[in-house]
Design a protein around this ligand. Structure first.
Ligand SMILES: *Cc1c(COP(=O)(O)O)cnc(C)c1O
Length: 410
């Protein structure tokens, strides 16, 4: 294969070695930017590298996580669900209990604090389903920063409740009316706005994607999830889990969970959305069906159409329908250390109903993909003893959709 060296990685020193100083994880990552934006992103990198070692920054972020976000979130043993499935014991890292109901606030608060330390006045971002926009608007309100969220007009109509939330939180929602009026155009529009305003603003990416330093920085901010969960799990059971599972859209909740276990004898699984099936346009399983390429300022594995543009993607979970995945996932897959597999809409919906009924926890449809995979592992002949699932968010946001499309199952 093209990169046999990737197989001999020392995971004890992994976080020190990856990414390299240019933001590469093996052959993936980097900062593929128009010349005018190279300097602004370098400034963010430099500021982050200084600040992340500052005792004041670290203790301020700790205080915010505890007092504003409600961290640490618990690890929970699914007693009834595990019994129904057989012998495997399923545990959840309850990111659904994080303030705003999902893991996204972990990196948005970090990005907001960085903006504050850099003396910026405004946070700029795009959003597709609106989840990132809401989390960032929350961070902006907390820090007293302006917030400008670019969103395709089609998505504005589809995601009306999230648009309302952003406005209530004081953000300006900028409608994008060209092209397909969805995420891709919103990304372009947000980049343009940032270009005009980079002295006073910072561009905040919503996952472990985009140009360096974002895949690294968002991972670092999310790692609190895995670090907490590993300690909590060992304290609860006396053991490490046999397997760890997380859903992969852009890849941030998974990159939050995985690093804490890379150097352990633990199987690690990233779960991509297979949607309605393997046909192009019916899924968003970028690593499984994609090829190497560059988009949105970074190099990774991605789904492209005949023209080489980001392909249309679909998943029942709107937070997973992104045509690529963070460069670190492309790299970890190549190393063979992390396994990537798929779960389709039906399996995710089954898991959504199952967890709600047996445990009293309504999961986000994104998180339901990870849970469905854990349930599959539990039913295998050589099933693992303990499985830890990153329950990335709560399902309240999905209720209307589920009622409309799957209400007959009630
Ligand atoms: C956005 C979102 C995801 C997918 O994003 P990642 O960057 O892959 O984590 C998963 N779960 C929830 C609840 C989300 O809101």
């Amino acid at each position: 294969m093209e990169n046999t060296k990737a197989k001999n990685i020392d995971f004890r020193t992994y976080l020190k070695s990856y990414p390299d100083k240019n933001g590469y994880f093996g052959q993936y990552g980097g900062a593929h930017l128009p010349p005018e934006l190279i300097r602004p992103f370098e400034e963010v990198t430099e500021a982050y590298k200084t600040i992340c070692h500052s005792a004041q920054f670290i203790s301020e972020l700790r205080r915010i996580r505890k007092q504003f976000q409600g961290r640490p979130t618990p690890v929970y043993h699914c007693n009834r669900l595990s019994k129904e499935l057989g012998t495997t014991q399923i545990y959840l890292k309850r990111e659904d209990l994080n303030h705003t109901g999902a893991h996204k606030l972990n990196h948005c608060m970090g990005e907001g604090l960085l903006a504050k330390y850099m003396g910026k006045k405004k946070l700029i971002a795009e959003t597709g389903a609106g989840q990132h926009g809401v989390a960032l608007a929350t961070a902006a309100a907390y820090f007293g920063l302006e917030c400008e969220i670019h969103m395709g007009e089609v998505d504005i109509v589809k995601q009306a409740p999230n648009v309302a939330r952003m406005k209530v939180l004081g953000a300006e929602v900028v409608p994008v009316s060209h092209g397909l009026k969805t995420l891709k155009e919103a990304v372009d529009s947000a980049f343009e706005a940032y270009l005009k305003d980079y002295k006073d603003a910072i561009y905040c990416i919503g996952s472990v994607v985009g140009p360096h330093p974002f895949p690294m920085m968002v991972r670092d901010f999310q790692m609190v999830v895995g670090n907490e969960a590993r300690e909590q799990f060992v304290e609860m059971t006396g053991y490490l889990p046999d397997a760890v599972v997380a859903a992969v859209g852009g890849g941030s909740n998974a990159m939050g969970m995985f690093p804490a276990f890379l150097n352990d004898p633990v199987d690690i699984y990233g779960v991509e959305p297979l949607g309605k099936g393997a046909k192009m346009g019916d899924h968003a399983a970028s690593l499984t069906y994609g090829t190497k390429g560059v988009m949105h300022g970074f190099e990774s594995i991605m789904l492209k159409d005949e023209k080489g543009e980001p392909a249309p993607v679909y998943s029942v979970a709107s937070g997973l329908d992104y045509p690529s995945t963070g460069p670190e996932h492309a790299f970890l897959r190549e190393t063979g250390r992390v396994n990537y597999d798929v779960i389709d809409d039906e399996e995710a919906i089954d898991a959504f109903f199952k967890l709600s009924k047996t445990e009293g926890i309504i999961p986000a449809l994104e998180s339901s993909h990870a849970l469905a995979y854990a349930m599959k592992l539990a039913q295998k002949e050589d099933n693992p003893g303990f499985v830890l699932v990153n329950l990335s968010g709560r399902g309240d946001k999905d209720m209307d959709y589920v009622l409309e499309h799957y209400g007959d199952r009630l």
